[in-house]
Design a protein around this ligand. Structure first.
Ligand code: ADP
Ligand code: MG
Length: 907
């Protein structure tokens, strides 16, 4: 029986009701706890279900098995709450059938129906997969409904075999199964929302660290909570007790009349850890830490207390939070104005950005459902808020400002789901990061942090604005107007020709179409008007004429949006003469979205109320209005893209690949580039189309190999490439000779290599010449935070100069494969629109899907660069590949666990 390695560290995760539990491998030190779990923790009946009888020795035997001398085939995990073992899941490899482990579960009676078993199973399954276990099997009693429900709810195709009152259950372990992931997501969402309730809908709040001095943080927040009309109880804590604002202040959390759901901490940084601990002991369920400047030890104590006592925490360095639901009305932040009630969810990392955003929304008259200043994001992150808003029944617009991502892949998965129902907008911060020029591969050069972030937003359907203003401008349109059709054809209407032309240009820049309009529409406008898009109504247009015209435009099937730009003119004065009147007297909501531009408007964007009670977004700048329409069109396109299955990569030989990776990393513990032959072997194990590559360590072998390969080559020719460890771009160094037709050619080429590279030359590889086609670059790099980023681009030696590339985060979906190819500027070349034949698109898709899978399966594969992949009408061939491996632990971003902030890490 082979040895399996348990996961090394403890993690924390949420139960269905939002309670935090710790999950870690069981060891000899847990013998007592396991025994207690199976005796005091379980009733006679539970033990009968677990052990199929009431043997008195069963609990001791279980404890001996799980915590006795090490058993090589055993994986055992325990779930702990407040220091008590509340559940256990283990599996032990069987001799037969292969790759199968016998599963056992036990949960303390008191903790039943809270998702303990399911959570443990998810983690055990993950550990088992890492040990190449592919099935769990378990014998259960027919009447054990609880355990059958756990299996049925997992999301995996469980098989049952019934025999004499017993059910043998067999579970195939496939974490990448989309149904399984969806089921895990759903459990994660419910647990997350439950855990956030104390934070975002508390029934009582304590502000800890309220100074008697006015203008201090604690004092200000307390004042705002009271003035804001919080519907629950609110208490002040000040170590000196006494009275503040005519209300009693309590010396500590423990001295309060009742335990608050939420504690807002405005204490000095050195006190944060201790106060958090006190709150936890008292039974507080959530913390908002406004204090900044925590040292490492304070940070650690804070997080230890939060996890141990099951408290979610916002901050530190947070401005606070606000919940405008009339049933709660909590304004616990020191931002400035009160957050007005409404439907926009707002979460920001930087407090300053939060204030700016809230101010702009207030101008616009858009209210907030909940506002959270995330600060240093030790725990609660944008991901949590997205799930909260998805479920709160009040939020229809999500605005996020994130400077960093804790787990971008988990965030992307959540966002992809949430953006289906509500628009999610963000400011793309930190675009200016310089690219990684001079990187050792083309793929690495292409994969900048900006590229990774853009890929995330693109794949998750997030609207990414370049500034706070652009964010608010886009939000104004998305919030008040219908979405355009995905095509994005805009009619631009103005009463001053020049402005219309500018607006049409701005539309084109925002990727919108400005199609020609039918001539007959001109009849509705004054003489001299032009209906070639942009429409020039002339300054003489009467509001009634304009209103008719807009109604006619709205009915045009070829128009998806209307942009009306009005310049003030001296021709028409008085309200009913003003062309703006035409807009305001009409409906705000038409078949297509309408945005207006008033050139004399002072603020960047505001709403004007219309006759139907709706509002029209009015901009001061044509470009801003066009950009907003562009974002709306992008969202419409995203919604039109159906949910897509993960990209298929059948027949990947994980075992062979793993053996190769392990062999290499054992020989090179620091990691490094694979030699050409191992590269080919690794990539071929995942079905990547590598051209036959034969290693030759001297001239004689090269000539012999070439003789064998020549008949495989295009026009009977071969390529010869010099190799030495550490080489970078070969052709630049003169290390590539192509089109060699005879033995003599090969011999001459090899001799030239020997002359040129001297003793450095380790040998050469020989390949048949590939049939010519379009040369592409395909590759993948592992970002430490974002995970694998798959890159596709125009390849060959000019790839860097042309920089025609697209990137997506793995795992790719079938849809990603399609859009990646289509978004290349040189896509028409591939589709055969420039005289050449269309290339084999299925082959490109397969290359991308396999690279994605390989990088997902092997975090050690930090860089793979296939350049070129030569695409023809009938297939693909990669003639040059480079792969770099590094020792890296695997990390599954989808495993349910709470984050570990780096600021609070270490011992
Ligand atoms: P490098 O990228 O390190 O300079 P390559 O092996 O990619 O070296 O070779 C450079 C170019 O030579 C490729 O882009 C391709 O155009 C051509 N080439 C190399 N090997 C072959 C081959 N086996 N068949 C056809 N063309 C080849
Ligand atoms: Mg190359």
């Amino acid at each position: 029986m082979s040895t399996v390695h348990p996961p090394q560290t403890a993690v924390e995760a949420l139960l269905a009701d939002g309670t935090t539990v710790e999950i870690r491998p069981l060891g000899p030190q847990d013998h007592r706890a396991v025994l207690d779990l199976h005796t005091d923790g379980m009733s006679e009946e539970s033990r009968r279900m677990r052990f199929f009888g009431a043997s008195r020795n069963a609990p001791t035997q279980a404890a001996d098995r799980l915590c006795g001398p090490e058993r090589p085939g055993l994986l055992a995990l325990g779930a702990w709450a407040g220091g008590e073992l509340i559940g256990e899941a283990d599996c032990e490899l069987l001799d037969d059938p292969p790759a199968t482990a016998e599963l056992a579960l036990a949960v303390a009676d008191r903790w039943h129906h809270r998702g303990v078993a399911t959570l443990l199973l998810e983690h055990l399954l993950h550990a088992a997969r890492a040990a190449d276990i592919r099935f769990f099997e378990a014998d259960t009693l027919f009447g054990n409904r609880a355990v059958h429900q756990v299996f049925a709810g997992l999301g995996l195709p469980v098989q049952h075999h019934v025999e004499q009152g017993e059910v043998r259950v067999r579970v195939p372990l496939d974490e990448s199964d989309e149904r399984y992931r969806t089921a895990v997501d759903e459990r994660g969402r419910r647990a997350d929302v439950a855990s956030l309730a104390a934070l975002l809908r508390p029934a009582s709040v304590a502000v800890i660290g309220v100074s008697r001095r006015e203008g201090t943080v604690g004092r200000t927040v307390l004042g705002k909570i009271r003035q804001g009309g919080f519907t629950g109880a609110v208490w002040a804590v000040n170590p000196h007790g006494g009275e503040i604002d005519g209300e009693p202040a309590y010396p500590s959390v423990g001295a309060l009349p009742a335990v608050p759901d939420l504690a807002v901490l405005a204490v000095p940084s050195a006190a944060v850890g201790e106060v958090a601990e006190e709150c936890g002991r008292a039974g507080v369920r959530a913390l908002a830490v406004l204090t900044s400047g925590l040292g490492r030890e304070d940070a650690r104590r804070l997080m230890r207390a939060c996890r141990r006592y099951s408290m979610r925490v916002v901050g530190p360095n947070s401005l606070g939070l606000a919940q405008t639901d009339p049933a709660v009305r909590l304004d616990a932040e020191f931002g400035g104005a009160f957050a007005r009630p409404g439907t926009a969810g707002v979460a920001v990392q930087s407090g300053g950005v939060g204030i700016a955003l809230l101010e702009r929304l207030a101008w616009l008259g858009v209210g907030v459902s909940s506002f959270v200043s995330l600060g240093d994001k030790y725990d609660v992150s944008g991901n949590d808020l997205l799930q909260w808003w998805e479920a709160d029944g009040r939020t229809d617009l999500a605005l996020l400002h994130l400077e960093s991502f804790g787990s971008p892949r988990a965030f992307a998965r959540t966002a992809r789901r949430v953006t289906r129902t509500i628009p999610v907008l963000t400011v793309d911060a930190g675009r200016s990061t310089a690219g990684r020029r001079g990187a050792a591969s083309h793929t690495a050069a292409a994969a900048t942090p900006t590229v990774a972030r853009e890929a995330l937003f693109r794949q998750a359907g997030i609207t990414a604005a370049r500034s706070i203003d652009e964010l608010v401008e886009a939000a104004a349109l998305l919030h008040a107007q219908p979405l355009p059709a995905p095509r994005g054809a805009v009619a631009v209407v103005s009463n001053a020709g020049g402005i219309g032309v500018l607006a049409a240009d701005a539309c084109a820049e925002a990727g919108l179409m400005v199609p020609e309009l039918p001539e007959h529409l001109a009849e509705l406008l004054p003489a001299g008007a032009s209906v070639r898009n942009p429409v020039d109504t002339t300054a003489a247009v009467h509001p009634i004429e304009l209103a008719h015209f807009l109604r006619a435009l709205e009915r045009e099937p070829d128009i998806d949006a209307i942009l009306v730009c009005l310049a003030p003119t001296a021709l028409r004065t008085g309200r009913d003469q003003d062309p703006l009147h035409a807009l305001l007297e009409g409906p705000a909501r038409r078949r297509v979205p309408v945005a207006a531009v008033l050139l004399d408007q002072q603020v960047p964007v505001r709403y004007l109320g219309c006759a139907d009670g709706g509002v029209l977004p009015v901009y001061s700048d044509t470009a801003a209005a066009a950009r907003a329409l562009g974002h709306a069109r992008d969202r419409a396109r995203w919604l039109a893209e159906p949910f897509s299955e993960p990209a298929a990569a059948p027949d990947c030989d994980r075992r062979t690949a793993r053996a190769l990776v392990e062999r290499f990393l054992t020989a090179h513990p620091e990691g490094g580039w694979l030699d050409p032959v191992s590269t080919t072997e690794l990539l071929e194990s995942y079905g990547l189309p590598l051209t036959t590559t034969v290693w030759a360590r001297d001239e004689h072998t090269a000539v012999a190999a070439a003789a064998g390969l020549r008949r495989l080559g295009y026009e009977g020719k071969v390529a010869l490439k010099a190799y030495w460890p550490g080489q970078v771009h070969k052709s630049v160094a003169g290390a590539v000779r192509t089109g060699l037709a005879t033995d003599a050619d090969v011999r001459t080429a090899y001799r030239e290599f020997t002359r040129r590279f001297g003793p450095e030359l380790a040998g050469a590889v020989v390949q048949p010449m590939a049939t010519p086609g379009v040369e592409l670059l395909a590759g993948v790099v592992q970002d430490r935070v974002f995970g694998p980023l798959v890159v596709l681009g125009l390849g060959g030696t000019a790839t860097e100069v042309l920089a025609d590339r697209v990137a997506r985060l793995a795992p790719l979906s079938e849809r990603d494969l399609t859009t990646m190819v289509a978004e290349l500027r040189s896509a028409p070349l591939l589709f055969g629109q420039y005289g050449g034949p269309a290339v084999d698109l299925a082959a490109v898709r397969s290359v991308l899907a396999r690279l994605s899978r390989l990088a997902e399966d092997f975090p050690e594969l930090v860089e793979a660069d296939l350049n070129p992949v030569i695409l023809r009408a009938d297939g693909a061939a990669c003639v040059d590949a480079r792969v770099r491996l590094e020792p890296r632990p695997s990390f599954d971003p989808y495993l349910r666990r709470l984050r570990r902030p780096s600021a609070a890490e270490g011992t």
